[in-house]
Write a protein that binds this ligand. Structure first.
Ligand code: FAD
Length: 513
């Protein structure tokens, strides 16, 4: 390579002299012939001290031999070498040298000299190592966290995740972040989109996932945003920011299951108490009903006697009888009034928008022991989307619990007669234009068509007088449905057992939500 004609040779020397890089020129055996002032500054050796010495003067013996062998192999091929060496200064301190050695060829193409240029990169290396250490530390902390963590780029691709998140992939079977974000969006609606577009944090939202064939899982989710500067050269002077979504999901399924068990137990206890009160109401109503008959007869007899006495003037004995009868009548009425007063009040309950799928799920959970004991198979077909109905949660749970108990009992009846018969309860919910329909079918003996309406009358029972049935179950069920403005009926065309259909009006915009 020739020098440009308009650039005088001394300029080259001056340029080397004044370079900020430590420059040295050696012979072919690496003996130093020249070192510039920057070399003096970096190494601590003056030019006079290094000239005549080998470059190995700078070698700190921790650099592996293989590095030097590679360096020399490259130089022997007359190729430039670049790499990092640990050097020792004159004062014994060490620094990391980013060194480039270039062979200088003579006119015959032989290496006559070497040009060495290096700079101290100890600080850069320290910072790089620090970043790496911090990254490794953050990764190990994130990995050790008992919370699933993942970082998503602007296209929702996972760019970083931890062990808990990887575990979730195995358990849930697909990309958990997208499932969790979809659920969050379904739950929060427009609020989610606003939070996303404005990059607002979302904290502690509970999300339920029902993986196919597995029990439901609950996660407490949080979203925060992380901004990164683009590290490419293009963005050096014009910074480009990338946004990342940090999703954390803590598995709270166990806590939820415990809470759910407590809730179901409390609901069960509440229903049991209500049923106890109801049965007391039934018993007292039954007793009153039974007593009202003879009392009416007695009243009629007293009125008859009164009319007769008005016709013929009766003697002393008759008056005494009348008085005794009147007294018996008064006492009987007083006894009936006391009985009526003993009837416990029905508990009042707040009306709220209810999802019947949830009510029925609770009823099925509460009924599980009875269903298992009776060997009944439950076919549960909830509508995927169901409008809410305004209702009393406990009353409606009691209603469906009663209908389910009737179905189990009916199938138990049939079981004693027909051992091979399959016992199935099919529970379906259907959204209709202005109401929700619940259909409960059982494979029991069914209800004869002529009893289709009679079964809803108080004290009508198909079980016979010797049993402990007052025949109030369906009558009370009808009361509950009527209080909710709905309809209950028995399908006369269903031959495979009994099909009860309950229709409840849906919540309208004016009702509380
Ligand atoms: P050495 O015994 O000198 O060499 C170790 C191995 O290197 C040997 O086994 C041999 O395979 C190979 N080797 C050494 N010299 C030669 C040679 N002349 N020809 C072929 N192979 C050879 N080293 C530093 O540690 N720091 C520096 O800043 C540095 N700057 C250099 C600048 C230039 C321009 C050149 C040419 C070399 C530079 N070196 C530098 C390399 C230095 O010359 C030594 O090779 C190195 O320091 C190892 O020295 P040593 O005494 O540990 O081992």
């Amino acid at each position: 390579m020739s020098t440009p004609p308009d650039l005088p040779h001394p300029i080259f020397r001056l340029a080397v002299e004044q370079s900020a890089l430590a420059i040295s020129i050696t012979d072919a055996k690496a003996n130093i012939l020249y070192a510039n002032p920057a070399f003096e500054r970096v190494t601590g050796y003056s030019q006079a001290e290094v000239v005549g010495n080998n470059e190995s003067l700078l070698s700190y013996k921790v650099t592996p031999k293989l590095v030097y062998e590679t360096l020399w192999a490259q130089l022997k091929r007359q190729r430039a070498w670049n790499g990092l060496l640990v050097n020792r200064r004159r004062d014994g301190s060490r620094y990391l040298a980013d060194l480039t050695i270039t062979p200088v060829l003579d006119g015959d193409g032989h290496t006559s000299h070497y040009l060495g240029m290096h700079r101290d990169v100890t600080e850069v290396h320290r910072l790089e190592r620090q970043v790496q250490n911090q990254k490794a530390m953050i990764e190990s902390v994130v990995d050790a966290a008992q919370v699933a963590i993942c970082l998503l780029d602007e296209r929702d691709h996972v760019v970083l995740d931890n062990q808990e998140y990887k575990k979730l992939i195995g358990e849930i079977g697909r990309e958990p972040a997208s499932t969790l974000l979809t659920r969050l969006r379904d739950q929060m609606g427009a609020e989610f989109d606003t939070a996303r577009s404005r990059r607002l944090g979302i904290r502690n939202r509970e999300v339920k996932i029902e993986p196919p064939g597995q029990p439901a899982r609950w996660f407490a989710c949080a979203i925060s945003w992380f901004e990164e500067q683009d590290a490419s050269a293009d963005a050096f002077y014009e910074p480009v920011r990338r946004h990342y979504l940090l999703l954390t999901a803590q598995d709270i399924s166990e806590i939820k299951r415990q809470q759910e068990a407590i809730r179901i137990n409390s609901l069960s206890a509440l229903l049991a108490e209500q049923e106890r009160i109801q049965s007391l109401r039934e018993t007292l109503a039954g007793a009153i009903y039974q007593l009202e008959g003879p009392l009416n007869t007695l009243t009629a007899a007293v009125r008859l006697l009164e009319r007769r006495r008005e016709g013929n003037s009766g003697g002393n004995g008759e008056e005494a009888t009348d008085a005794a009868m009147e007294e018996a009548l008064r006492d009987s009425r007083a006894a009936l009034d006391s009985l009526r007063a003993c009837i416990p009040n029905q508990a009042t309950e707040a009306i709220q928008p209810l999802n019947l799928n949830e009510v029925l799920r609770d009823v099925l959970k509460m009924g599980t022991p009875a269903l298992l004991a009776a060997g009944v198979v439950v076919e549960w077909h909830p509508a995927p989307q169901l409008p809410t109905v305004p209702g009393g949660a406990t009353q409606l749970a009691a209603l469906f619990r009663q209908l389910l108990a009737n179905a189990i009992e009916a199938m138990n009846e049939r079981r004693s007669a027909d051992h091979a018969h399959e016992r199935v309860v099919r529970l379906t919910t259907l959204p209709r234009p202005d109401h929700v329909e619940v259909i409960l079918e059982d494979s029991g003996p069914g209800i004869p068509a002529e009893w289709r309406y009679k079964v809803f009358e108080p004290f009508f029972t198909t079980k016979g007088a010797d049993r402990q049935h007052l025949g109030m179950g369906l009558s009370m069920a009808q009361d509950t449905v009527a209080r909710h403005g709905g309809l209950i009926d028995i399908d006369p065309d269903f031959r495979a057992g009994c099909r009860v259909r309950v229709q409840l009006p849906v919540t309208t915009s004016g009702e509380p939500t």
